[in-house]
Design a protein around this ligand. Structure first.
Ligand SMILES: C[C@@]1(CC(=O)O)C2=NC(=C\c3[nH]c(c(CCC(=O)O)c3CC(=O)O)Cc3[nH]c(c(CC(=O)O)c3CCC(=O)O)/C=C3\N/C(=C\2)[C@@H](CCC(=O)O)[C@]3(C)CC(=O)O)/[C@H]1CCC(=O)O
Ligand SMILES: NC(=O)c1ccc[n+]([C@@H]2O[C@H](COP(=O)([O-])OP(=O)(O)OC[C@H]3O[C@@H](n4cnc5c(N)ncnc54)[C@H](O)[C@@H]3O)[C@@H](O)[C@H]2O)c1
Length: 219
């Protein structure tokens, strides 16, 4: 992707590491967690679609006063999604593990955030960075490979464009390589350090630069 004009050089911090996005990425098993999604308009639909595209078996309860037909249609594709047509109440979070809100009411958003935090639940209020404990990312997927992109909220549009660039650039064969490596990993014997060494030697052809010291720590 080409830079826009006046692109500044990235800064580095005290440790020499690049400064910038301080968010810590994680990959959640939403089929084992209960997501409560409040709001079922266009933005609620986008969030539900993003959840189900990534985690088709995600357990989601959608709570909203009005529900657009597309949300019903999407919900029928998954047994783990249920829809409750009602006004949001604090107790709707009693069984929740994680909360995503997409309502058109700023006071309600504040109330949902307060309800979630009082239960120590992580909450995302769509498009309201100040109210979020976490952001949704733009996702590139090739089989078992998944890359999540965040711009630290600076430009979701760039996250989306970068996803498109990477989707084009990454070969579909990458997943074949992943499956082969997974099988090979299962067949390797010896101690942990030997296995890590073997796996790094086999994959060294994938990178043009030198093997770094971190390649041997097995994390
Ligand atoms: C990645 C993605 C994931 C997803 O939502 O699934 C995502 N937004 C996507 C698209 C998108 N969102 C918006 C546009 C219109 C263009 C524009 O405004 O830029 C487009 C582009 C489009 O639709 O074309 C509107 C928007 N979004 C936020 C604000 C508020 C603000 O910035 O202050 C406003 C203005 C609202 C207004 O003006 O009222 C905020 C957030 N949006 C985030 C995620 C989080 C930061 C992620 C990061 O760190 O980069 C964060 C902070 C919180 C959150 O919502 O989680 C998804 C890409 C899907 C894909 O890959 O295709
Ligand atoms: N639609 C867009 O393209 C867009 C783009 C950027 C930002 N936004 C913002 O995102 C927010 C959501 O947008 P939208 O288009 O999905 O709105 P929407 O009006 O279509 O949907 C809002 C949802 O919130 C629900 N809701 C409201 N009060 C409720 C309550 N007390 N209890 C339960 N549910 C309740 C409604 O029933 C509805 O399902 C808005 O604040 C909007 O300004 C929308």
């Amino acid at each position: 992707m080409t830079s826009l004009p006046e692109n500044n050089q990235s800064k580095t911090g005290k440790t020499g590491q690049p400064q910038g996005n301080p968010l810590f990425p994680v990959f959640l098993k939403l089929n084992q967690l209960h997501t409560v999604l409040i709001g079922a308009g266009n933005i609620g639909l986008e969030k539900l679609a993003a959840i189900l595209q990534n985690s088709p078996e995600a357990k989601v309860t959608v709570i909203a006063l009005t529900i657009i037909p597309e949300v019903y249609a999407l919900a029928t594709e998954s047994e783990a999604v249920s829809i409750v047509q009602k006004s949001f109440a604090d107790t709707d979070l009693d069984e929740a593990d994680i909360v995503v809100a997409a309502t058109n009411n700023p006071e309600l958003n504040d109330f949902i955030r307060a309800s979630a935090r009082s239960r120590r639940l992580l909450v995302n209020i769509a498009d309201k960075p100040d109210l979020c404990d976490f952001y949704l990312g733009s996702i590139v997927q090739k089989g078992d490979l998944k890359i999540a992109i965040s711009t630290n909220g600076k430009s979701p549009t760039i996250a989306k464009r970068l996803k498109e660039v990477l989707n084009e650039a990454l070969p579909d064969e990458l997943d074949t390589t992943l499956q082969q490596m997974s099988r090979l990993r299962d067949t390797l014997s010896g101690n942990f350090a030997d296995k890590v060494k073997a796996l790094n030697e086999i994959t060294s052809v994938l990178v043009s630069g030198q093997v770094t010291k971190n390649d041997n720590n097995g994390d």
